[in-house]
Design a binder for this molecule. Structure first.
Ligand code: SF4
Length: 330
């Protein structure tokens, strides 16, 4: 351990009141690692690593990851964008999918390689999304691989189940697979306003098909400021479909992709759900084309990437907590 660095750490931290922070200059990754060991051994906390310094909190905070329910901790779920093209072009689509969007498909071989790392990395649930995943005729091959190793949900607008695609859907296992179907309202007006004429009737037909074939479904609505009383009507429809609580999702529009209004997201404000696309790793599936939300250009090693996301999440939460408790204006 560098003697000079250790002295600097002792001097800086001992002159800092408990619960407040100090900056210590460092010179490269070796210094950061040395400081990390010292901070760990002395019961303090590194808040942020800058290019030439680290910010240390005097004292130790509870691990923010432990405060989350286990199934909400980053690394529990893995999201995978199988593709980005879609038969629809919803005006709020968070990844701006459409029939003309660049496809960016993850091949069956690459998908299998991801699964090989996902299980040892501690992933407990898989979520496949797009674009419209069922536009891929061979989606069933990916779903079969996924369900064989982990509980799997696939998000869909439920409009592709005819002919060969219907045959392939029917041949899929029911155990361990959930079809999460998008439906924004209990009647056509609101749904079709954002998703296109006729899309409500086709989504309802898809829901009936999935239920008739014995699949477990979840219905997910995305609501904007024009939703009015539609949430109450949706609850009525959910009841009619006999959906349990965990089969109902209602969320707000995020200001991402094609949406020019909605909830603003950032890495500091959003609990991460590690997400892979053909272009790399993202903080959260709702922001998988936002450059500020890109974590890495490469998927592997997946365990390291998850660890890095967990570490950054910890830093954001701890920094926010410290700021919240140490920023008196008078
Ligand atoms: S919101 Fe879903 S259905 Fe609509 S364009 Fe995007 S991916 Fe397609």
């Amino acid at each position: 351990m560098s003697f000079e660095l250790t002295l600097r750490l002792i001097e800086a931290v001992s002159a800092t009141a408990a619960g407040t922070t100090t900056l210590v200059t460092v010179d490269g990754p070796d210094d950061v690692e040395t400081a990390r060991r010292w901070v760990e051994a002395t019961g303090n906390t590194i808040l942020t690593v800058h290019a030439d310094s680290i910010e240390i909190l005097r004292g130790r905070l509870a691990d923010p990851l432990e405060a989350l329910p286990p199934d909400r901790r980053p690394g529990y779920r893995l999201w995978i964008y199988t593709n980005f093209h879609c038969n629809l072009a919803c005006d709020y689509c968070c990844v701006a999918s459409s029939p003309t969007a660049e496809r960016r498909i993850i091949s069956v071989e690459d998908f299998a390689a991801i699964l090989d790392e996902a299980v040892p990395a501690g992933i407990r649930e898989l979520y496949l999304t797009g674009g419209e995943p069922f536009l891929l005729l061979d989606l069933d091959e990916r779903l079969r691989l996924a369900v064989a190793v982990l509980p799997t949900t696939v998000l869909t607008n439920a409009m592709q189940w005819q002919g060969e695609r219907l045959r392939r859907l029917d041949a899929l296992p029911r155990d361990g697979l959930t079809l999460q179907i998008s439906l924004d309202s209990a009647t056509a007006d609101l749904h079709d306003r954002h998703r296109g004429d006729g899309s409500f009737a086709r989504a309802m037909k898809g829901i009936r098909t999935a239920l008739d074939l014995g699949f477990r479904i979840r219905v997910a609505a995305t609501l904007g400021p024009d939703a009015g009383a539609s949430e109450n009507e949706l609850v009525g429809l959910f009841d009619e479909l006999s959906l349990d609580e965990d089969q109902r999702v209602v969320r707000r529009i995020a200001r991402q992709g094609a949406a020019n209004a909605g909830l603003t997201m950032s890495r500091a404000s959003l609990i991460p759900e590690v997400c892979l696309s053909a272009e790399g790793v993202w903080w959260h599936p709702v922001a998988a084309i936002d450059p500020a939300m890109k974590v890495s250009d490469t998927w592997f090693p997946l365990a390291k990437t998850i660890e890095a996301v967990q570490g950054e999440y910890r830093s954001h939460r701890i920094a926010n907590d410290v700021l919240a408790s140490t920023f008196p204006c008078a």
